[in-house]
Design a binder for this molecule. Structure first.
Ligand SMILES: [Zn+2]
Ligand SMILES: [Zn+2]
Length: 270
């Protein structure tokens, strides 16, 4: 499976999953022209469907326009489809928050995660590999660790550094929202999640880094202390692409100690 992050962060999110037979865009925070340019720059084919994780503009904002312009279906969870309107989309498919669904040879397994909109993490699997994706969540849960533990690579947000958030330009109510259990993950929370995963997960990509309240250096340093997986940070604009197979790429790193359970980490199980 090839995964290409076309855009990541509060300015817009779009990640392309391509298997041998299928090509699906998860979240559509890029308009038709910007998406076309990003696909051309990445040398990737156009998607045959869009899957939306939740009803925030940086994730679903352009799904209707792109779905209509390209005449492709848009997949929404039941609560998201009640919250948004996608005029003119030819086909709109609803999925249940915990029920797997397939698009071509890609199988999507959603899982609700805590956020201030009905939000799902996704496990995306083809014949070769499984990749986990979770952006926009207030805290890691035991169920998310379970979902990610059967993945070969994971993509997870590392939204903010608490010190930068506290000193940053955001008003107090926004700072409180971001740091709440229904907001976003701090670098340390992301590291806790990565540290709880088994060595099967050989690659981690950090997403949705705040430009005001984080830096790629801080996020990477914190995550790399917690795991021996290869860790990269996605660019907010411009492609970040990687191929995923069951086998780790080349690794000289020693295996970390066996992962701890969610209960040992004091995480809620949802
Ligand atoms: Zn977002
Ligand atoms: Zn959100």
């Amino acid at each position: 499976m090839r995964v290409t992050v076309l855009a990541s962060g509060s300015g817009g999110n779009a990640t392309l999953f391509r298997s041998a037979k299928s090509c699906v865009l998860v979240d559509c925070g890029l308009g038709p022209k910007a998406l076309e340019a990003a696909l051309a720059a990445a040398n990737e084919p156009p998607p045959e469907a869009i899957v939306v994780t939740h009803a925030h503009g940086d994730h679903f904002g352009h799904a209707g326009r792109v779905g209509r312009a390209r005449d492709i279906p848009v997949y929404l969870s039941a609560p998201t489809s009640r919250a948004v309107r996608l005029p003119g989309v030819v086909q709109e498919f609803r999925f249940e928050m915990r029920d797997p669904f397939a698009i071509g040879d890609l199988v999507f397994t959603p899982l609700p995660v805590p956020h201030d909109a009905a939000q799902v993490a996704l496990r995306v699997e083809d014949d070769d590999a499984a990749v986990g994706l979770a952006t926009d969540l207030g805290e890691p849960t035991g169920a998310l660790i379970d979902l990610f533990s059967s993945c070969d690579a994971v993509m997870v947000e590392a939204n903010y550094d608490p010190h930068l958030l506290a000193r940053g330009p955001y008003p107090e109510h926004l700072r409180r929202r971001i740091a709440s259990a229904r907001g976003h993950l701090s670098n340390a929370q992301t590291a806790t999640l990565l540290g709880a995963l088994p060595t099967r997960v050989h690659t981690a990509v950090l997403l949705h880094l705040s430009e005001q309240n984080n830096s790629p250096e801080l996020a990477l340093e914190t995550a790399r202390r917690a795991t021996t997986a290869r860790v990269e940070a996605a660019k907010s604009r411009g492609n970040t692409a990687f191929d995923v197979a069951r086998e780790a790429p080349v690794s000289g790193a020693a295996a970390p100690p066996s992962s701890r359970t969610a209960a040992q980490l004091g995480l809620p199980f949802r």
